[in-house]
Design a protein around this ligand. Sequence first.
Ligand code: NAP
Length: 259
Amino acid sequence: MDDAPIVNAKETDKVIIVTGASRGIGAATARLAGQRGYRVCVNYMRDRSAAEAVVRSIEADGGRAIAVPADVAREDDVVRLFTEVDDQLGRVTALVNNAGILESQMRVEQMSADRLHRLFAANVIGCFLCAREAVRRMSTRHGGRGGSIVNVSSAAARLGSPGEYVDYAATKGAIDTLTIGLAKEVAAEGIRVNAVRPAFIYTDIHASGGEPGRVDRVKHAVPMRRGGYADEVAKAIIWLTSDEASYSTGAFIDVSGGA
Ligand SMILES: NC(=O)c1ccc[n+]([C@@H]2O[C@H](COP(=O)([O-])OP(=O)(O)OC[C@H]3O[C@@H](n4cnc5c(N)ncnc54)[C@H](OP(=O)(O)O)[C@@H]3O)[C@@H](O)[C@H]2O)c1
């Protein structure tokens, strides 16, 4: 059976880290992972009480979870995040690179260097650092047993977000390239790397762009004529992390109502 797939882990050994899981898509993904039998690390940056509420809801469903604060843009925080998971939950078998930010809507000629550094640090460098720590633990090259990484990109990588946040869209373009390159780099080491590309999902992220009602403004231009829900993205993410997706790597699932 030389060609048999390396499966991630026994059902009881599944350990998942979801970055930015105190709300929105990350929280929905963490809750679904708990229901599917993963031991779950709910990473967050600022909102401890929201992260603890996600942990409690997983526990109420009979699952196991911990909340760990870490700014994914900071290397020391990321290293500590993965070490805490090693110690408290066991070796990670799935990583969801979900944490992401956007900033106020503006044109490119108005963007400051500080803003660009913040965005690329959180959305791109954060994903690279978390992927690095995951590969060090998952790769058969380092004595690991394989695993799965899912990057949360955006349809913005394809659409470009003109007049709103081309910088944010560009960070997601970088995530798509990370997905393609890392998938090929570690494919023979038992690790699958895939991405979802959501669009127009009802979460708080649009308020940080200065337009809390953005999804309702644009939904009429979406082929399905509605916004999406975090649970709908979570289902695609958890399918990609699971052994159901055992022959998929370097793949993208658009969760965007056809946009
Ligand atoms: N919503 C959409 O329409 C949409 C569409 C396409 C793609 N996406 C992508 O989906 C992902 C999740 O978005 P969302 O809409 O669920 O966002 P959200 O509701 O704004 O939640 C963002 C989460 O990320 C955390 N976070 C922010 N910066 C962080 C950092 N540096 N380190 C660790 N955690 C950090 C926040 O934690 P705290 O609250 O604790 O600070 C929060 O849990 C993002 O990558 C986003 O780009 C969203």
